[in-house]
Design a protein around this ligand. Structure first.
Ligand code: FPP
Length: 245
C-alpha cells in the first residue's frame, strides 16, 4: 500500500566519503561518484513508476564539514542543476528543492530557480532535493507559520494545530512510503521526521556511489513484500475477526 499521491521514496545518500577513502581517493571523488548515482537512480525511478523521490543532498549539519568539502558538494549540486535540468524537463520530471535558502550563495540560488522553473510542468516524477535541510528546523518553521496564521490570542490546541502542521509540512512532497539509507548506518539524521511517521525503513550496507538501478528495484520489492498496518492489525487478523463475529 502506498500514499494516495503515488509511491514516495526518500533516500539518505550516505557513504560517499568512505567509498572514496577505501579506494585511496579524496572524499570529493566519492561525492562526484554520488552525483552519478543520483542520475542512475532518477532514471530508474521513472522506469519503476515512483511518483516522488526525495534525496538528502546536504543537511544543515553538513555546514560543519571542512570548507573545501562543502564547496565541492555545492559545486556538484550546481553542476547537476545546470546540466540536468533540460533532460529532467524532457523526461517529465518536476524538480523542487527543500530546505533553507537564506544561507545559499547567489549562484546556487540562481541554478535552483532556473531548474525549478524549467521543470515546473513535469508530472511523471516529482524529484525533491533537500539542501541545507533539517527536519527539526522545518517543523519549527511550520509551527511558527501556522500559529501566526491562526491570528488568535489563545494558544491553539494540539488538535487544532496538527492538521495545519501536517498540511504545511507535507504540501511539497507528501508522506514518505519508503525511506532508504545507504552506507550501513541506521539512523534518520534529521531527515523528514514528520513525513516518515509510517515510512518503511530500509538500511543497506551499500555505499551510495555504488547504489545502482538493481538496488532500487530490489528495495521496492522488499517494500512491496511488507505489510503496512499504520497502527492497525494485520489484514489476515482483521479478516478472521470479521468472519468469526
Ligand atoms: C553523505 O556521504 C553524502 C553527502 C553529505 C553529500 C551528498 C551529495 C551528493 C550525492 C552529490 C551531489 C548530489 C546531487 C543531488 C546531485 P558522506 O560524505 O557522509 O559519507 P561518509 O559517511 O562515508 O563519510
Amino acid at each position: 500500500m502506498q500514499s494516495r499521491e503515488g509511491l514516495h521514496v526518500a533516500i539518505i545518500m550516505d557513504g560517499n566519503g568512505r567509498w572514496a577513502m577505501r579506494r585511496g581517493l579524496p572524499r570529493i571523488a566519492g561525492h562526484r561518484a554520488g552525483a552519478a548515482a543520483v542520475r542512475r537512480v532518477v532514471e530508474r525511478a521513472l522506469d519503476l513508476g515512483i511518483a516522488r523521490l526525495t534525496l538528502y543532498a546536504f543537511s544543515s549539519d553538513n555546514w560543519s564539514r571542512p570548507p573545501a568539502e562543502v564547496q565541492s558538494i555545492f559545486w556538484l549540486l550546481r553542476a547537476f542543476l545546470r546540466l540536468e535540468a533540460e533532460k529532467l524537463r524532457e523526461r517529465g520530471v518536476r524538480l523542487r528543492v527543500i530546505g533553507r535558502r537564506d544561507r545559499l550563495s547567489n549562484p546556487v540560488l540562481k541554478e535552483i530557480d532556473r531548474a525549478e522553473s524549467a521543470t515546473a510542468a513535469g508530472s511523471n516524477l516529482h524529484l525533491c532535493i533537500a539542501i541545507d535541510y533539517s527536519s527539526r528546523d522545518a517543523i519549527a518553521r511550520a509551527a511558527a507559520q501556522v500559529t501566526a496564521t491562526l491570528a488568535s490570542s489563545k494558544v491553539p490546541s494540539p488538535d487544532e494545530i496538527r492538521p495545519l502542521l501536517a498540511q504545511s509540512l507535507t504540501m511539497e512532497h507528501g508522506e514518505v512510503d519508503l525511506l532508504i539509507r545507504t552506507g550501513g548506518e541506521k539512523r534518520l539524521s534529521d531527515f523528514l521526521l514528520w513525513e516518515s511517521a509510517y515510512a518503511e525503513l530500509l538500511f543497506t550496507d551499500r555505499m551510495w556511489p555504488e547504489f545502482d538501478e538493481t538496488d532500487l528495484t530490489v528495495a521496492l520489492e522488499e517494500f512491496r513484500s511488507r505489510e503496512r498496518r499504520f497502527g492497525g492489525v494485520p489484514a489476515a487478523t482483521l479478516q478472521s475477526v470479521i468472519s468469526t463475529a
